[in-house]
Ligand binder design. Structure first.
Ligand code: KG4
Ligand code: ZN
Length: 341
């Protein structure tokens, strides 16, 4: 079954065609990052307009790369939640119209389910159940994937997502947007022990965490230094920050693993590209004799291949949208976003 998917939830306009949920026939990603870098972050209205301009070109390219015509597709999918609503509406409505014109089923996909499915493209043996650490720009949580369309949140952030914390700290350290990859790189030569940063604990919720205190600590440290006319050792602070994020996420994942006994561990989302996190996960998996699945860097960030992969499993579960399908700025991963009425 060949599915074309569209992804437009944030600042990437993407289209991809995947066969039977696992095989990439084409995967086109058009990033608006340079446009938004001027503003230090994503401007939603600008993102929607960017998707409008790119979507036809990107879709045509995906068809061309797969050497397919629209009529040869079996279904059309799109990210319908969560994300920037104006941005989502462009991709979802384009895909829905394409499905309508071609008389093909339309499959709405949850963006975070898609991030998890990126791993199905990289690892053909991977099947639920497994435990996932989701770390993206908008989400940070541990999810038990009981089946392809059955998810349980075990714990997560009470405030900022990991990627959001990276982006905010990057602004303070004046490294530019998007912050995550830049901080990761800057931290490489840094002395992580030079600065002491706080580690969060949520009372009576050992699997939950918070990033806002950590972010505020970095901001205060930078401002205090500025007021005293002192130079911040940016690589050291970036390294201490990466360490603190890793020390927040990995022990909780380890605890969730012990509680569930699930041996297959997966990482998903943009922050899964972080080299400090990847290394710490590898060590944790080795120590506990777990099977670790880390998506290749090319599939960590937003793309439509992961959406098409998840769409295959949504289709098999009967989650097919109709012409009333809407997009939603927020939706939990366990919710069925498919409009049935
Ligand atoms: O999953 P994603 O592409 O979009 C969302 O669904 O949010 O994640 C984007 C986030 C951004 O906050 C970006 O700074 C972060 O992932 N990110 C990283 C790295 N690469 C991307 N954070 C830390 N280290 C990286 N290497
Ligand atoms: Zn994403």
């Amino acid at each position: 079954m060949k599915i074309l998917a569209i992804e437009s939830s944030c600042d990437e306009t993407a289209a991809a065609i995947i066969e039977d949920g696992r095989k990439i026939l084409s995967n086109v990603v058009d990033s608006q990052v340079e446009t938004h870098a001027k503003y230090g972050g994503v401007v939603p209205e600008v993102a929607s307009r960017g998707h409008m301009q790119a979507i036809v070109r990107v879709t045509e390219q995906a068809l061309k790369d797969a050497n397919l015509k629209g009529e040869e597709l079996d279904a059309i999918a799109a990210t319908c939640a969560p994300g920037l609503i104006g941005a989502l509406l462009v991709g979802a409505n384009f895909a829905k119209s394409m499905a309508y014109a071609l008389k093909k089923p339309f499959i709405p996909v949850h963006h975070i389910r898609g991030h998890i499915a990126a791993n199905y493209l990289a690892f053909e043996d991977l099947k639920p159940p497994f435990l996932t650490l989701v770390a993206s720009g908008g989400h940070s949580m541990m999810v038990l994937v009981k089946d392809y369309t059955d998810f349980e949140i075990l714990g997560g952030t009470r405030d900022d997502a990991a990627g959001e914390a990276f982006d905010k700290v990057a602004r303070v350290l004046e490294v530019g947007y998007p912050g995550g990859p830049k901080i990761d790189k800057m931290a490489q030569g840094g002395d992580a022990s030079k600065y002491k940063l706080p580690h969060s604990k949520v009372k009576d919720a050992p699997l939950d965490f918070s990033f806002s205190g950590l972010k505020t600590a970095v901001i205060n440290l930078a401002h205090n230094a500025e007021q005293k006319g002192e130079q911040i050792d940016k690589p050291a602070l970036a390294a201490a920050f990466c360490n603190a994020v890793v020390d927040t996420l990995v022990p909780r994942l380890e605890l969730a693993q012990k509680q569930t006994g699930v041996k297959n561990i997966v990482c998903a989302g943009g922050v899964a590209a972080n080299s400090w996190l990847r290394k710490a996960l590898e060590e944790m998996a080795k120590k506990n004799k777990l099977n670790l699945y880390l998506p290749p860097l090319s599939l960590c960030g937003d793309n439509a291949a992961m959406i098409a992969s998840q769409a295959y499993y949504e289709f098999k579960a009967g989650n097919i949208g109709n012409t009333l399908q809407n997009a939603f700025a927020t939706a939990e991963i366990y919710e069925n976003i498919c409009v049935k009425k």
